[in-house]
Write a protein that binds this ligand. Structure first.
Ligand code: NAP
Ligand code: ZN
Ligand code: ZN
Length: 348
């Protein structure tokens, strides 16, 4: 075993603090990665605080990992020592079901193994995430990262990036389509960048009036403060798509009424409370309510390559790991511009 260190919580009510643990020795197909940066996703907060239930402790969160390969197993062909590498939300799946074979490991019919707060395919080994100095992952679940982009700004692509890229591709969002991005946080700001780069007309729907200038700089064409009733009224029956990235309870009915005939609202955010939907709000305009979960490994690589080609990166605030508990509090207030990223040098 290899000694590792990171930050963890021992239970749902504690704050994160230093934690020592072990990683497995790399097997024939494994890659050992020295973690340089790890993004901070709102899913980390939900899981640390057991807001979705079933959390496993101690928990080392983090699934937006970038770093350098420091060792490879004897059968590894995809990477060599010194390569840049990324790890997102998945580190394993059954690899044999129809979903896995189609490259949709996140929809594996058996189970997928999350990068943290999960149990490995052996049914017993808990996984620990990226708020740590190193990680060992099978090469099939490790992504190639371009040398062209700033590594700290690439980290959030591994979750916030792929989670927004995948539905935009699936629903073929592009020129001539009106897209609303609901919530301008980590996921939201990537949705704006991607949708704008794909040629769509992009509107940000936000509770924070002070994010307007940023929204426009990120590529949005319009900005609507959702607390302003008149501004909301002006976009009733307007959008083809709403990408909902909100992390807390909110009224879906109000937002559904902004979709035009046949419009689709895609849920990405996972508030702990189940939403209520009025049937008339859907049937009255043949509207659709859909959801999407991260993305498979093949599509994540496609997204990273798209970002390298179009110079798309996350807007980040780099923090030392000692600031992590404070960053969580700021995210809960919507005070995030637009992703916190931990500089893992600060662990030493
Ligand atoms: P984040 O950075 O904290 O951003 C969430 C944004 O939602 C906030 O900045 C805020 O934007 C808005 N918001 C917060 N509370 C609100 C409320 N009560 N009403 C309306 N808007 C509110 O979070 P994130 O990391 O982007 O994650 C967002 C959600 O997606 C989380 O629930 C996370 O677990 C989930 N997620 C899902 C997937 C997936 O595969 N589907 C993947 C990753 C994350 P404004 O200030 O603009 O209002
Ligand atoms: Zn995430
Ligand atoms: Zn499978």
């Amino acid at each position: 075993m290899i000694p590792a260190k990171g930050y963890a919580v021992p239970n749902a009510t504690s704050v994160l603090g230093p934690f020592k643990f072990e990683r497995r020795e790399p097997g024939a197909n494994d890659v050992l990665i020295e973690i340089l940066y790890c993004g901070v996703c709102h899913s980390d907060i939900h899981q640390v605080r057991n807001e979705w239930g079933g959390s496993i402790y101690p928990m080392v969160p983090g699934h937006e990992i970038v770093g350098k390969v420091v060792k490879v197993g004897s059968d590894v062909t995809k990477f060599k020592t010194g390569d840049l590498a990324g790890v997102g939300c998945l580190v394993d799946s059954c690899r044999e079901c129809t979903s896995c074979k189609q490259g949709y490991e996140q929809y594996c019919e058996v189970k997928f193994v999350g990068t943290y707060n999960s149990i490995g395919m052996d049914g017993k080994t808990p996984t620990y995430g990226g708020y740590s100095d190193k990680i060992v992952v099978d090469q099939s679940f490790v992504l190639k990262v371009s040398e062209k982009l700033s590594l700290d700004r690439v980290a959030p692509l591994l979750c916030a990036g792929i989670t927004t890229y995948s539905p935009l591709r699936e629903w073929k969002v592009g020129k001539g389509r009106r897209v609303a991005v609901l919530g301008l946080g980590g996921l939201g700001h990537m949705a704006v960048k991607f949708a704008a780069s794909m040629g769509a007309e992009v509107t940000v729907l936000s509770t924070s009036a002070n994010k307007e200038k940023d929204a426009k700089e990120l590529g949005a064409h319009k900005f609507v403060v959702t607390k302003d009733e008149n501004a909301v009224k002006a976009v009733k029956n307007y959008f083809d798509f709403i990408i909902d990235t909100v992390s807390a309870q909110h009224d879906l009915n109000m937002y559904l009424s902004l979709l035009r005939l046949d419009g689709t609202m895609i849920l990405l955010g996972v508030p702990p409370e189940a939403p209520q939907v009025a049937a008339f709000n859907l049937i009255g305009k043949r509207r659709r309510l859909a959801g999407s979960l991260i993305g498979g490994i093949k599509e994540t690589q496609e997204m990273l390559d798209y970002c390298a080609e179009h110079s798309i990166m996350s807007d980040v605030e780099v923090i030392p790991i000692s600031e992590i508990n404070n960053a969580y509090e700021r995210m809960l207030k919507g005070d995030v511009h637009y992703r916190f990223v931990i500089d893992m040098k600060s662990l030493n």
